[in-house]
Design a protein around this ligand. Structure first.
Ligand SMILES: [Zn+2]
Length: 190
């Protein structure tokens, strides 16, 4: 408790100086649990992925940027997710969501489908779309003014199959007109 408000100095795992490496802090109930260097954090997330298939944003980014073969499977997952995002762009964004966002005076929208939720937030020419369910979420980013805009994967905390399921559930429900985004002021930066 005493050290709660002081900056951490060394990685909890490898003890390297955090000032040099940059770090990630983890909290539980607002209490600092650990601060680990970027390298140790990546290793931890890689091990977690190896066990459960859960892909996180830093891991996904690192897999894209790195040529290391150890990340091949994550890169391939990313490519399959990428293809499903392209369908989502065509069916959902170009199929009406982009228009709805451009016409609306509200920045935030929300649509629920059983236990799955779509949160839409527009600001400064960009629209972020988060698809989430218990234990999994992905965030896509579109240029608000581009009707056919290709979307990018902005964030992920999901297994490949969870991400693919969320994308296809919303794409297919959208064309059946079952997704009805409603203005929601609780939707903010996420
Ligand atoms: Zn470390």
């Amino acid at each position: 408790m005493a050290e709660e408000h002081t900056d951490p100095t060394n990685c909890s795992t490898c003890k390297t100086s955090l000032a040099e490496s940059g770090w990630v802090s983890y909290y539980k109930d607002n209490e600092l649990i650990s601060s680990v260097c970027i390298g140790c954090d990546l290793v931890e997330k890689f091990m977690e992925w190896h066990k459960s298939g859960h892909i996180t944003t830093p891991l996904h980014l690192h897999a894209i940027l790195s040529k290391d073969q150890i990340y091949n499977r994550i890169r391939m997952s990313g490519e399959r997710i990428r293809e499903e995002i392209d369908r989502f762009s065509r069916w959902v964004w170009a199929g009406g969501l982009g228009h709805l966002v451009r016409e609306s005076n509200e920045r935030g929208h929300r649509a629920d489908l059983a236990a799955d939720t779509m949160l839409v937030w527009s600001c400064a020419g960009r629209t972020a779309i988060t698809l989430e369910t218990t234990g999994a979420s992905i965030t896509l980013l579109a240029a608000t003014d581009e009707p056919q805009g290709r979307m990018g994967l902005q964030g992920i905390s999901a297994t490949e199959s969870q991400a693919l399921r969320l994308l296809s559930v919303f794409s297919e429900a959208w064309v059946r007109r079952e997704v009805v985004p409603k203005p929601d002021r609780n939707v903010g930066m996420f």
